[in-house]
Every structure is written in structure tokens, then in C-alpha cells.
Design a protein around this ligand. Sequence first.
Ligand code: AHR
Length: 492
Amino acid sequence: MVSLKVNSQEKKHLINKNIYGHFVEHLGRCIYEGIWVGKDSTIPNINGIRKDVIHALREMKVPVLRWPGGCFADNYHWMDGIGPYEKRPSMINTNWGGVTENNHFGTHEFLEFCELIGAEPYISGNLGSGTVREMQQWVEYISSDGQSPMTDLRKENGREKPWKLKYFAVGNENWGCGGNMRPEYYSDEYRRYATYLRNYGDNKLYKVACGANADDYNWTEVVMKNAGKYMDGLSLHYYTMPLDWSQPKGSAVDFDEKEWFSILQMTLFMEELIEKNLKIMDKYDEEKRVGLIIDEWGTWYQVEPGTNPSFLYQQNTLRDALVAGINLNLFNNNCDRIHMANLAQMINVLQSVILTDGDKMILTPTYHVFKMFSVHQNSSLLDIDLEETYYHYGNEKIKQLSASASMDSEGKIHITICNLDPTNDVEIDCTLKGENKSKISATILTSDKINDRNTFEQPETVMEKPYHNIRIENNQIYASIPAKSVVLLTLE
Ligand code: AHR
């Protein structure tokens, strides 16, 4: 028996729903095919946007959506993507395969997509190759209700009233594809660009500065020191893949226990990254005002055999479900400082929640985990004390369990638990301190094999199912958490 204590008297911070955010980039088949099929498509759509995708995303609950990149963002000139389609210039997508980008999915289309799925927009501005003026005008075009050439242009393009725009990033990965800058230089550029991003009327921007690539703590240090007081959030990018990019990546589906272990081990490294980056941020921001925005995370494997290597299309297995569960539990448990996180990427790229093939669409194991965990959105984090047990592989070991708990506005308690061990079930003895609960229910996501996945032929192999190996007596909960599973407990 492993002991877990959940204290509902100790309500901590609210879990910002934006921790469950997503990311779409003009990369491969993410936007085109995945979201945008055009108004004349035979695939059912609303103004060019796939209906099946809208429906699935609404069910999963997407609080916030980042766009247009990624590396694409610092190459994107937003004025190319507004106005009549036939007048929008085509460009070469130099980051992702040199394909032609016809700019049919632009500002209006993105903001309509956000409205259709109920998400708040999060836009990444172009600092690497754009101008201050261009970035300033983009914000004005979207969010101002005043009279100006930009607002006139918006009206000419069919949108009378401004949109609400809160989240705006000043560049992406400016230490790499966004300009190969040094942190000293970026800090100054950030300060200059951010100065001109205005709040129009009651629209108040939340400005995000480009943060570190994983464990580049010097970047965090320098940017916080020089520009900390001008930002609301600082980003962090960490993909579950070898830190040394020259190391070969593994297969998304064809792996053994050794690779299962190493991917989960790499995922757990996120805990250290959060802790160390926050420690540096706190040095320059004692009030802990600046939020950590983990706006790119997820697994990154070799592409599916036979697909364009620049399109980053990969399958998604039970292992990815565990990766998602571990990260989301970590983000919940650090919700006092993590204001947002965005899985890379939503559709047909990297750790997707949706895969499409022509008019067909499937939901990945990662999709189901996001749907299960959506109960934590805007709930109060509860204090938990989980006994540490380990999953051993060869001479190494990692934590066997990952968990977080929250209480929602109706007083329901939700506990999400991942068992990383592919062989051993864990019996949990959970003491509930505080409120009395008498009813328990649960769902589970697991499968027979570690690399089970959903395919277009068999779309329902790995999904959330009801689970009954649980009971509650006198505020004491007993739950068996099967090997390689993600479990959601609900207490009422
Ligand atoms: O998500 C794919 C790419 O990974 C993004 O464009 C970039 O920001 C990161 O390096």
C-alpha cells in the first residue's frame, strides 16, 4: 500500500485554466488540412474551418491557443494574411520544408477559430525579422476601438468591433530560429518592442518575453535581470527528447521498455527545469509577479516513416498519454507561478491531440488525457503528500507515481494519478483530510501494450473508460492504480 494524503483544508492557488493551453503553427499539416480546409472544401466546415475538429476541441476544452509559431512567427508578416484571399501574397515557408504558404489562414481566420472553439488567443509577434511598427500595428488592428488607419483597415476587412487580445509574445526562441540573439541583446530588443505594444481602451495586454531553451539558465538570468520589470510572463521551451539536439531521436511507436523508461525519465526533468528557472526568476521578481509560460512542451520523435521530414508528423501512443499526465500534474502543482502552458502542437505535428487524414480524424491518447484533466481547469489546487516509491529499470530508477488534486467550484475533489511503471500495479491508501466525501467514481486510460495507439482503422484502442477498482469508507479511499495507466478519481 502506498500512502497518499489529500488535504482539502489546504486550498492553494487556483489552477489557471491556461495551463491546459495548445499551440498551432504554420508547419506541415497543422493549420492547412488540420484546421483550415477552405470554404469550398467537401469536408464539412464553418467558413473554411473543419467542423469535426471544432467539435472535438470544444469537448476537450481549449482555454488558450498560441499562433502563428514557433519559428514561423519570426518570419511572419501579418499584413500578408488579411484582406481578400486572391490579393494575399504567397510566401515560402523557409522554416518548414520550403513549401508555399498562401496566407489564407491569417489574423481573422485565427481569431474566428478561437471563437469557435472557445479559446483565448495568444499571438507570437515577429521580433526576429519584423519591425517595431509592424508589431505595434498588429496589436492596434486587433484590439483598438479608436479611429486610425489600422482600425479602418480592419473594418474594411469585415470586422467592425475589435477583438479582445490579452496574451502577446515578443518573439519566439530568439536565442535560435528567432534571430540567434544573445540574451543581453534580446533583453534590449524586448524592452524596445514591448514599449510600443499599447493597451487600447480596456484591452490590457499580458506581454510574454522569450525565455530559455530548457536548461539555459544564463538566458533566464540575463533576461530577468535586464527586462524582468517590463514583462508579465517569461516563456520556457522544453521538449521530451535528448537535450543534445544532435543525438538521434527514437521512434514514436516502435520502442521497447528501455525507451519507455528513458522518455518518462526525460519528461520528469521538467520538474527540475521549473524549480531552477523559478528560483532565478524570484531573484529579480521578489513579489513573484512574472508568470512562467511553458509555451512549447511535448514529445519529439522521428517523423512517421514515409512522411515529409520537415512536417514533424508523429503518431501518439500510451507512452505519450503518460508524458502528458506527468507534465500536467507538474504544472498543476506549480500553478502559483505557471500561468500558462501550451502543448506542441495541436494537430498533425509532434505530440498532437488530433490526427487527420483527408476527411478522417482521430483523437490521440494525449487528447483523452487532456479531456480527463480538464476538471482541474480553474479549480483550487489541494495540498497532497504522496509516499515516494520507485520504478526501477536496469540500474536506474524514477518516481513510480505522479499525482495532483484540486477542488472545483461545486466542491468536488479530483485526483489525477499516473503509474509510470509498465509492469506493477500500485495499491493506494488515500486519507482525505478536511471535507467529508462519501461518493467516489473514476475513469482510466490504459492499454495492453506500451506502444498501443489509435489509428484511422482502429480509432478507439486507447481512450478514457469507466474504472471500478476503487472504494471510499469514512473518508479513506482505496484505489488500485494499474501499471502504465492514468486514473482520474472524483470525490463528492
Ligand atoms: O514546435 C516546433 C518548433 O520547435 C517550433 O517552431 C520552435 O519554436 C521549436 O524549436
